[in-house]
Design a protein around this ligand. Structure first.
Ligand code: UDP
Length: 475
Protein backbone atom coordinates (compact mmCIF):
# COMPACT_ATOMS: atom_id res chain seq x y z
CA UNK A 1 0.00 0.00 0.00
CA UNK A 2 1.34 3.43 -0.91
CA UNK A 3 2.32 5.64 2.02
CA UNK A 4 0.51 8.91 2.54
CA UNK A 5 3.37 11.37 2.77
CA UNK A 6 1.44 13.92 4.82
CA UNK A 7 1.06 11.35 7.59
CA UNK A 8 4.74 10.72 7.92
CA UNK A 9 6.33 12.37 10.94
CA UNK A 10 10.00 12.52 11.80
CA UNK A 11 10.87 10.47 14.87
CA UNK A 12 14.42 11.12 16.05
CA UNK A 13 16.30 8.83 18.35
CA UNK A 14 18.76 11.22 20.02
CA UNK A 15 21.87 9.80 21.67
CA UNK A 16 24.49 12.11 23.24
CA UNK A 17 27.98 11.19 24.34
CA UNK A 18 27.52 10.54 28.08
CA UNK A 19 29.30 13.67 29.35
CA UNK A 20 27.77 16.87 30.71
CA UNK A 21 29.15 19.15 27.98
CA UNK A 22 27.78 16.85 25.29
CA UNK A 23 24.42 16.10 26.90
CA UNK A 24 23.50 19.75 27.53
CA UNK A 25 23.34 21.06 23.94
CA UNK A 26 21.72 17.90 22.61
CA UNK A 27 18.92 18.17 25.18
CA UNK A 28 18.25 21.73 24.00
CA UNK A 29 18.32 20.69 20.37
CA UNK A 30 15.91 17.83 21.12
CA UNK A 31 13.44 20.21 22.76
CA UNK A 32 13.70 22.62 19.85
CA UNK A 33 13.05 19.87 17.30
CA UNK A 34 10.14 18.52 19.36
CA UNK A 35 8.58 21.98 19.34
CA UNK A 36 8.85 21.85 15.54
CA UNK A 37 6.82 18.66 15.29
CA UNK A 38 9.40 15.95 15.77
CA UNK A 39 8.75 12.96 17.95
CA UNK A 40 11.88 12.48 20.02
CA UNK A 41 13.21 9.51 21.93
CA UNK A 42 16.09 10.83 24.00
CA UNK A 43 18.53 8.20 25.22
CA UNK A 44 20.81 8.55 28.25
CA UNK A 45 23.12 5.91 29.61
CA UNK A 46 21.83 4.18 32.73
CA UNK A 47 24.64 5.88 34.68
CA UNK A 48 23.72 9.38 33.47
CA UNK A 49 20.09 8.62 34.28
CA UNK A 50 21.15 7.53 37.77
CA UNK A 51 23.04 10.81 38.32
CA UNK A 52 20.15 12.87 36.97
CA UNK A 53 17.68 11.18 39.28
CA UNK A 54 19.96 11.80 42.27
CA UNK A 55 19.98 15.55 41.51
CA UNK A 56 16.19 15.76 41.19
CA UNK A 57 13.95 16.15 44.22
CA UNK A 58 11.39 13.79 42.68
CA UNK A 59 14.03 11.08 42.34
CA UNK A 60 11.79 8.38 43.75
CA UNK A 61 9.03 8.95 41.27
CA UNK A 62 9.78 6.44 38.54
CA UNK A 63 7.35 8.12 36.15
CA UNK A 64 9.44 11.26 35.88
CA UNK A 65 12.51 11.86 33.79
CA UNK A 66 14.28 15.01 32.62
CA UNK A 67 11.58 15.63 29.99
CA UNK A 68 8.47 15.25 32.17
CA UNK A 69 7.84 19.01 32.12
CA UNK A 70 8.38 19.18 28.36
CA UNK A 71 5.79 16.44 27.90
CA UNK A 72 3.34 18.37 30.06
CA UNK A 73 3.82 21.26 27.64
CA UNK A 74 2.56 18.99 24.88
CA UNK A 75 5.87 17.93 23.32
CA UNK A 76 6.22 14.33 22.18
CA UNK A 77 9.46 13.47 23.94
CA UNK A 78 10.01 9.94 25.10
CA UNK A 79 12.91 8.75 27.17
CA UNK A 80 15.02 5.62 27.17
CA UNK A 81 18.21 4.42 28.79
CA UNK A 82 21.02 2.25 27.53
CA UNK A 83 23.80 0.53 29.44
CA UNK A 84 27.29 1.99 29.11
CA UNK A 85 28.68 -1.44 29.95
CA UNK A 86 29.73 -0.78 33.54
CA UNK A 87 27.98 -1.08 36.92
CA UNK A 88 26.75 2.12 38.60
CA UNK A 89 29.51 2.08 41.21
CA UNK A 90 32.32 1.86 38.63
CA UNK A 91 34.54 4.96 38.87
CA UNK A 92 34.33 6.44 35.38
CA UNK A 93 36.58 9.41 36.31
CA UNK A 94 39.41 7.36 37.73
CA UNK A 95 39.25 4.82 34.91
CA UNK A 96 38.60 7.37 32.23
CA UNK A 97 40.71 5.75 29.49
CA UNK A 98 39.21 2.30 30.07
CA UNK A 99 35.75 3.85 30.02
CA UNK A 100 36.44 5.72 26.79
CA UNK A 101 37.91 2.58 25.25
CA UNK A 102 34.64 0.79 25.99
CA UNK A 103 32.57 3.62 24.58
CA UNK A 104 34.65 3.55 21.44
CA UNK A 105 34.59 -0.19 20.78
CA UNK A 106 31.73 -1.81 22.70
CA UNK A 107 29.02 0.80 23.30
CA UNK A 108 27.70 0.18 19.79
CA UNK A 109 26.42 -3.27 20.81
CA UNK A 110 24.24 -1.80 23.58
CA UNK A 111 23.03 0.94 21.23
CA UNK A 112 22.29 -1.59 18.51
CA UNK A 113 20.07 -3.63 20.83
CA UNK A 114 18.22 -0.56 22.09
CA UNK A 115 17.68 0.97 18.64
CA UNK A 116 16.58 -2.43 17.31
CA UNK A 117 13.89 -2.60 20.01
CA UNK A 118 12.79 1.00 19.42
CA UNK A 119 12.50 0.37 15.69
CA UNK A 120 10.41 -2.76 16.30
CA UNK A 121 7.96 -0.83 18.44
CA UNK A 122 7.69 2.09 16.01
CA UNK A 123 4.85 2.40 13.50
CA UNK A 124 7.00 2.73 10.40
CA UNK A 125 4.04 3.74 8.24
CA UNK A 126 3.50 6.85 10.32
CA UNK A 127 7.07 7.73 11.19
CA UNK A 128 10.39 8.03 9.44
CA UNK A 129 13.26 7.43 11.81
CA UNK A 130 16.29 9.65 12.26
CA UNK A 131 19.33 8.99 14.37
CA UNK A 132 20.71 12.20 15.86
CA UNK A 133 23.92 11.61 17.68
CA UNK A 134 27.18 13.25 18.70
CA UNK A 135 29.81 13.28 15.94
CA UNK A 136 32.13 11.46 18.37
CA UNK A 137 29.72 8.50 18.42
CA UNK A 138 31.40 7.13 15.32
CA UNK A 139 29.03 4.16 15.17
CA UNK A 140 26.25 6.42 13.86
CA UNK A 141 26.69 5.39 10.23
CA UNK A 142 26.54 1.62 10.93
CA UNK A 143 23.45 1.89 13.12
CA UNK A 144 21.66 4.33 10.82
CA UNK A 145 22.32 2.13 7.81
CA UNK A 146 21.27 -1.08 9.56
CA UNK A 147 17.90 0.38 10.57
CA UNK A 148 17.35 2.54 7.50
CA UNK A 149 17.44 5.75 9.48
CA UNK A 150 18.40 9.26 8.39
CA UNK A 151 21.85 9.85 9.86
CA UNK A 152 22.26 13.24 11.57
CA UNK A 153 25.57 14.08 13.19
CA UNK A 154 25.69 16.80 15.84
CA UNK A 155 28.99 18.64 16.33
CA UNK A 156 29.32 20.24 19.78
CA UNK A 157 32.43 22.34 19.08
CA UNK A 158 33.33 25.26 16.79
CA UNK A 159 33.57 24.92 13.01
CA UNK A 160 37.29 25.70 13.29
CA UNK A 161 37.90 22.54 15.32
CA UNK A 162 35.77 20.54 12.89
CA UNK A 163 37.77 21.83 9.90
CA UNK A 164 41.14 21.06 11.50
CA UNK A 165 40.06 17.54 12.36
CA UNK A 166 38.43 16.93 9.00
CA UNK A 167 41.58 18.04 7.17
CA UNK A 168 43.99 16.07 9.33
CA UNK A 169 45.51 14.53 6.19
CA UNK A 170 46.68 18.01 5.14
CA UNK A 171 48.37 18.47 8.51
CA UNK A 172 50.09 15.10 8.03
CA UNK A 173 51.23 15.97 4.51
CA UNK A 174 52.66 19.28 5.66
CA UNK A 175 54.50 17.79 8.62
CA UNK A 176 52.36 19.42 11.33
CA UNK A 177 50.88 16.13 12.52
CA UNK A 178 52.16 14.05 14.23
CA UNK A 179 54.05 16.90 15.93
CA UNK A 180 57.62 16.86 14.58
CA UNK A 181 60.67 16.35 16.85
CA UNK A 182 61.74 19.89 16.15
CA UNK A 183 58.70 22.05 16.94
CA UNK A 184 57.57 23.90 13.81
CA UNK A 185 56.84 27.51 14.55
CA UNK A 186 55.39 28.29 11.10
CA UNK A 187 51.67 28.92 10.95
CA UNK A 188 49.31 26.40 9.35
CA UNK A 189 48.04 28.24 6.30
CA UNK A 190 46.60 25.56 4.06
CA UNK A 191 43.39 24.32 5.73
CA UNK A 192 40.41 25.43 3.62
CA UNK A 193 38.43 28.17 5.33
CA UNK A 194 40.88 28.46 8.22
CA UNK A 195 42.95 31.60 8.82
CA UNK A 196 46.63 30.98 9.60
CA UNK A 197 46.83 29.23 12.93
CA UNK A 198 49.87 28.45 15.09
CA UNK A 199 50.61 24.92 16.28
CA UNK A 200 50.12 26.00 19.92
CA UNK A 201 46.50 26.77 19.05
CA UNK A 202 45.76 23.31 17.73
CA UNK A 203 43.63 20.98 19.81
CA UNK A 204 45.71 19.38 22.58
CA UNK A 205 45.66 15.90 21.02
CA UNK A 206 47.19 17.26 17.80
CA UNK A 207 50.06 18.58 19.90
CA UNK A 208 50.78 15.14 21.44
CA UNK A 209 52.96 12.45 19.92
CA UNK A 210 51.55 9.48 21.78
CA UNK A 211 48.36 7.97 20.36
CA UNK A 212 45.70 7.53 23.06
CA UNK A 213 42.07 6.56 23.03
CA UNK A 214 41.23 10.27 22.59
CA UNK A 215 43.03 10.27 19.23
CA UNK A 216 41.25 7.12 18.17
CA UNK A 217 37.91 8.69 19.12
CA UNK A 218 38.68 11.65 16.86
CA UNK A 219 40.12 9.60 13.99
CA UNK A 220 37.14 7.22 13.92
CA UNK A 221 34.68 10.09 14.13
CA UNK A 222 36.19 11.74 11.07
CA UNK A 223 36.46 8.47 9.14
CA UNK A 224 32.67 8.18 9.47
CA UNK A 225 31.58 11.79 9.12
CA UNK A 226 31.32 11.60 5.34
CA UNK A 227 28.50 9.05 5.73
CA UNK A 228 26.21 11.39 7.65
CA UNK A 229 23.18 12.70 5.77
CA UNK A 230 23.23 15.95 7.77
CA UNK A 231 25.80 17.59 10.03
CA UNK A 232 24.52 20.15 12.51
CA UNK A 233 27.18 22.53 13.87
CA UNK A 234 26.71 24.26 17.21
CA UNK A 235 28.17 27.51 15.93
CA UNK A 236 27.06 30.71 14.23
CA UNK A 237 27.87 31.61 10.65
CA UNK A 238 28.80 35.21 11.52
CA UNK A 239 31.31 34.02 14.12
CA UNK A 240 33.19 31.76 11.73
CA UNK A 241 32.07 32.83 8.24
CA UNK A 242 34.98 31.51 6.17
CA UNK A 243 35.15 28.18 7.97
CA UNK A 244 31.41 27.58 7.87
CA UNK A 245 31.30 28.46 4.19
CA UNK A 246 34.25 26.20 3.34
CA UNK A 247 32.62 23.28 5.17
CA UNK A 248 29.31 23.93 3.39
CA UNK A 249 31.08 23.41 0.09
CA UNK A 250 32.20 19.89 0.92
CA UNK A 251 29.70 18.53 3.45
CA UNK A 252 25.98 18.85 4.30
CA UNK A 253 26.67 21.19 7.25
CA UNK A 254 24.19 23.54 8.91
CA UNK A 255 25.42 26.15 11.44
CA UNK A 256 22.41 26.21 13.77
CA UNK A 257 24.03 27.39 17.01
CA UNK A 258 23.96 28.25 19.74
CA UNK A 259 21.41 25.46 20.27
CA UNK A 260 21.85 25.99 24.03
CA UNK A 261 19.39 28.88 23.85
CA UNK A 262 16.95 27.71 21.23
CA UNK A 263 14.50 26.12 23.66
CA UNK A 264 14.33 28.75 26.33
CA UNK A 265 10.73 28.60 27.42
CA UNK A 266 11.10 25.02 28.69
CA UNK A 267 13.62 24.71 31.48
CA UNK A 268 15.21 21.28 31.71
CA UNK A 269 17.39 20.37 34.64
CA UNK A 270 20.44 18.67 33.15
CA UNK A 271 22.92 18.80 36.03
CA UNK A 272 24.64 15.52 36.84
CA UNK A 273 25.85 16.97 40.16
CA UNK A 274 23.70 18.58 42.87
CA UNK A 275 23.63 22.33 42.17
CA UNK A 276 24.10 25.11 44.71
CA UNK A 277 21.74 28.03 44.34
CA UNK A 278 23.75 31.25 43.78
CA UNK A 279 21.14 33.86 42.94
CA UNK A 280 20.49 35.06 46.46
CA UNK A 281 24.21 35.50 47.09
CA UNK A 282 24.59 37.31 43.76
CA UNK A 283 21.72 39.68 44.65
CA UNK A 284 23.80 41.02 47.53
CA UNK A 285 26.61 42.12 45.19
CA UNK A 286 26.89 45.28 43.08
CA UNK A 287 26.41 44.97 39.30
CA UNK A 288 29.34 43.49 37.35
CA UNK A 289 31.38 43.02 40.53
CA UNK A 290 31.61 39.21 40.60
CA UNK A 291 34.06 36.97 38.76
CA UNK A 292 32.64 33.55 37.89
CA UNK A 293 35.29 30.81 37.85
CA UNK A 294 34.64 27.36 36.39
CA UNK A 295 36.64 24.78 34.50
CA UNK A 296 33.69 22.71 33.32
CA UNK A 297 32.91 19.10 34.08
CA UNK A 298 36.01 17.18 32.95
CA UNK A 299 39.19 19.20 33.57
CA UNK A 300 41.54 17.77 36.16
CA UNK A 301 44.59 19.65 37.32
CA UNK A 302 47.15 19.81 40.12
CA UNK A 303 46.89 21.25 43.60
CA UNK A 304 49.61 23.74 42.62
CA UNK A 305 47.43 25.26 39.89
CA UNK A 306 44.44 25.52 42.23
CA UNK A 307 46.62 27.20 44.87
CA UNK A 308 47.89 29.83 42.44
CA UNK A 309 44.36 30.62 41.31
CA UNK A 310 43.11 30.75 44.90
CA UNK A 311 45.86 33.17 45.91
CA UNK A 312 45.31 35.17 42.73
CA UNK A 313 41.67 35.63 43.73
CA UNK A 314 42.70 36.79 47.18
CA UNK A 315 45.26 39.23 45.78
CA UNK A 316 42.74 40.63 43.30
CA UNK A 317 40.41 41.21 46.25
CA UNK A 318 37.21 40.77 44.24
CA UNK A 319 33.91 38.97 44.69
CA UNK A 320 33.82 35.54 43.07
CA UNK A 321 31.87 32.34 42.61
CA UNK A 322 34.17 29.37 42.07
CA UNK A 323 33.00 25.93 40.99
CA UNK A 324 35.35 23.49 42.70
CA UNK A 325 34.53 19.89 41.80
CA UNK A 326 35.59 17.11 44.17
CA UNK A 327 37.46 15.27 41.43
CA UNK A 328 39.20 18.34 40.02
CA UNK A 329 42.62 17.71 41.50
CA UNK A 330 44.55 14.56 40.68
CA UNK A 331 47.33 14.77 43.25
CA UNK A 332 45.33 15.40 46.40
CA UNK A 333 42.29 14.18 48.35
CA UNK A 334 38.87 15.41 47.35
CA UNK A 335 38.50 17.03 50.77
CA UNK A 336 41.75 18.90 50.34
CA UNK A 337 41.43 20.65 46.98
CA UNK A 338 41.67 24.26 48.21
CA UNK A 339 44.51 25.74 50.30
CA UNK A 340 43.81 25.29 54.00
CA UNK A 341 41.82 28.13 55.55
CA UNK A 342 40.95 29.58 52.12
CA UNK A 343 37.19 29.60 52.64
CA UNK A 344 37.54 31.28 56.06
CA UNK A 345 39.82 33.94 54.57
CA UNK A 346 37.54 34.90 51.70
CA UNK A 347 34.45 35.11 53.93
CA UNK A 348 31.53 36.81 52.19
CA UNK A 349 33.64 37.80 49.18
CA UNK A 350 33.66 34.32 47.72
CA UNK A 351 31.12 31.57 47.16
CA UNK A 352 32.65 28.14 46.55
CA UNK A 353 30.26 25.57 45.11
CA UNK A 354 30.56 22.00 43.80
CA UNK A 355 28.27 22.84 40.86
CA UNK A 356 25.84 25.62 39.98
CA UNK A 357 23.27 26.52 37.38
CA UNK A 358 25.88 28.20 35.16
CA UNK A 359 23.37 29.73 32.84
CA UNK A 360 21.56 31.37 35.76
CA UNK A 361 24.87 32.65 37.11
CA UNK A 362 26.11 34.05 33.80
CA UNK A 363 22.78 35.76 33.15
CA UNK A 364 22.90 37.60 36.50
CA UNK A 365 23.82 41.31 36.33
CA UNK A 366 26.19 40.80 39.27
CA UNK A 367 28.61 38.89 37.03
CA UNK A 368 31.41 40.97 35.50
CA UNK A 369 33.68 38.34 33.95
CA UNK A 370 34.21 34.58 33.57
CA UNK A 371 37.49 32.78 34.24
CA UNK A 372 36.93 29.75 32.02
CA UNK A 373 38.65 26.64 30.67
CA UNK A 374 37.08 27.54 27.29
CA UNK A 375 34.81 24.52 26.94
CA UNK A 376 32.67 25.35 23.92
CA UNK A 377 29.36 25.43 25.83
CA UNK A 378 30.86 27.78 28.40
CA UNK A 379 32.19 30.04 25.64
CA UNK A 380 28.78 30.18 23.93
CA UNK A 381 26.96 30.78 27.22
CA UNK A 382 29.36 33.56 28.18
CA UNK A 383 29.04 35.21 24.77
CA UNK A 384 25.26 34.95 24.89
CA UNK A 385 25.18 36.89 28.15
CA UNK A 386 27.84 39.38 27.03
CA UNK A 387 30.30 38.32 29.74
CA UNK A 388 34.00 38.80 28.83
CA UNK A 389 36.35 35.90 29.50
CA UNK A 390 39.72 35.20 31.06
CA UNK A 391 40.85 32.11 29.23
CA UNK A 392 42.70 29.24 30.84
CA UNK A 393 42.47 26.29 28.45
CA UNK A 394 43.62 22.84 29.53
CA UNK A 395 43.00 20.22 26.85
CA UNK A 396 40.96 18.89 23.88
CA UNK A 397 39.44 21.77 21.85
CA UNK A 398 40.00 24.33 24.62
CA UNK A 399 43.29 25.83 23.28
CA UNK A 400 41.66 26.30 19.86
CA UNK A 401 38.55 27.84 21.40
CA UNK A 402 40.81 30.23 23.31
CA UNK A 403 42.28 31.43 20.01
CA UNK A 404 38.79 32.30 18.77
CA UNK A 405 37.83 34.16 21.96
CA UNK A 406 41.03 36.12 22.50
CA UNK A 407 42.75 36.49 19.11
CA UNK A 408 39.80 36.53 16.71
CA UNK A 409 36.77 37.91 18.54
CA UNK A 410 38.68 39.93 21.14
CA UNK A 411 36.20 39.31 23.92
CA UNK A 412 38.70 38.00 26.42
CA UNK A 413 42.30 37.76 27.56
CA UNK A 414 44.68 34.94 28.39
CA UNK A 415 45.12 34.06 32.05
CA UNK A 416 48.82 33.45 31.68
CA UNK A 417 51.02 34.37 28.78
CA UNK A 418 53.92 32.26 30.01
CA UNK A 419 53.90 28.53 30.68
CA UNK A 420 52.84 28.23 34.32
CA UNK A 421 50.07 30.04 36.10
CA UNK A 422 51.32 32.43 38.82
CA UNK A 423 49.24 34.18 41.48
CA UNK A 424 50.37 37.74 40.71
CA UNK A 425 49.61 37.29 37.04
CA UNK A 426 46.21 35.82 37.92
CA UNK A 427 45.40 38.83 40.11
CA UNK A 428 46.61 41.27 37.45
CA UNK A 429 44.54 39.67 34.69
CA UNK A 430 41.42 39.56 36.85
CA UNK A 431 41.73 43.27 37.67
CA UNK A 432 42.37 44.07 34.02
CA UNK A 433 39.22 42.29 32.85
CA UNK A 434 36.95 43.40 35.69
CA UNK A 435 37.49 47.08 34.85
CA UNK A 436 34.98 46.69 32.02
CA UNK A 437 37.39 47.08 29.12
CA UNK A 438 35.61 44.47 26.96
CA UNK A 439 32.05 45.40 27.87
CA UNK A 440 31.08 46.96 24.57
CA UNK A 441 32.45 44.32 22.23
CA UNK A 442 31.04 41.53 24.44
CA UNK A 443 27.60 43.11 24.16
CA UNK A 444 27.95 43.28 20.39
CA UNK A 445 28.79 39.59 20.21
CA UNK A 446 25.85 38.81 22.49
CA UNK A 447 23.54 40.68 20.11
CA UNK A 448 25.06 38.84 17.15
CA UNK A 449 24.28 35.47 18.77
CA UNK A 450 20.75 36.47 19.73
CA UNK A 451 20.07 37.83 16.25
CA UNK A 452 21.28 34.60 14.68
CA UNK A 453 18.49 32.68 16.40
CA UNK A 454 15.84 35.33 15.75
CA UNK A 455 13.53 35.40 12.72
CA UNK A 456 15.63 35.69 9.58
CA UNK A 457 18.86 35.16 11.54
CA UNK A 458 21.49 32.87 10.04
CA UNK A 459 21.09 29.99 12.53
CA UNK A 460 17.32 30.21 12.25
CA UNK A 461 17.61 30.01 8.45
CA UNK A 462 19.99 27.06 8.61
CA UNK A 463 17.56 25.22 10.86
CA UNK A 464 14.71 25.95 8.45
CA UNK A 465 16.90 24.68 5.61
CA UNK A 466 17.68 21.54 7.57
CA UNK A 467 13.96 20.96 8.20
CA UNK A 468 13.23 21.41 4.49
CA UNK A 469 16.09 19.17 3.31
CA UNK A 470 15.23 16.58 5.93
CA UNK A 471 11.57 16.50 4.86
CA UNK A 472 12.60 16.20 1.22
CA UNK A 473 14.68 13.19 2.22
CA UNK A 474 12.03 11.40 4.25
CA UNK A 475 9.04 11.91 1.99
N1 UDP B 1 28.00 23.82 33.95
C1 UDP B 1 27.02 24.03 34.90
N2 UDP B 1 27.40 24.27 36.17
C2 UDP B 1 28.70 24.33 36.57
C3 UDP B 1 29.70 24.14 35.58
C4 UDP B 1 29.31 23.90 34.28
O1 UDP B 1 25.82 24.00 34.61
O2 UDP B 1 28.93 24.54 37.77
C5 UDP B 1 27.58 23.51 32.57
C6 UDP B 1 27.86 24.65 31.62
O3 UDP B 1 26.77 25.54 31.62
C7 UDP B 1 28.08 23.94 30.31
C8 UDP B 1 28.58 22.56 30.70
O4 UDP B 1 28.31 22.40 32.08
O5 UDP B 1 26.84 23.81 29.62
C9 UDP B 1 30.07 22.40 30.50
O6 UDP B 1 30.34 22.30 29.14
P1 UDP B 1 31.65 22.90 28.51
O7 UDP B 1 31.63 22.59 27.05
O8 UDP B 1 31.80 24.32 28.87
O9 UDP B 1 32.83 22.14 29.25
P2 UDP B 1 33.15 20.58 29.51
O10 UDP B 1 32.50 20.23 30.78
O11 UDP B 1 32.63 19.80 28.34
O12 UDP B 1 34.65 20.58 29.59
Amino acid sequence: MAEKPELIRPHAIVIPLPFQGHINPLVDLAINLASRGFTITFVNTHFVHHLLSKTHSDANDHHTDMFSEARQSGLDIRYATVSDGFPLDYDRDRNVFEFWEYLLEQFIFHVDELVGNLVKSCDLLAYRLLLITDTFNSWHAKIAKKYNMVDVSFWTEPALVFALEYHLELLRKNGHYPPPEEKKEDAITYVPGVDPIGTKDLMSFLQEKEITVVHRFVFQAYEQIGNADFILLNTVQELEPKTVQALNQILPTYAIGPVNFSARDIKISKALVQQTECTEWLQSKPPASVLYVSFGSLVQTTKQVIEEIAHGLLLADINFIWVVRKNMVTDSDAADVLPSGFEQTVKEKGLIVPWCDQEAVLSHPGIGAFLTHCGWNSVLESMWHGVPMICYPFLYDQPTNRKLVVDDWKIGINLCDGEAVARHEVAGKIKMLMCGQFGEVSKKVSTLLRNSLGDGGSSCMYLEQFMEDMRAKIL
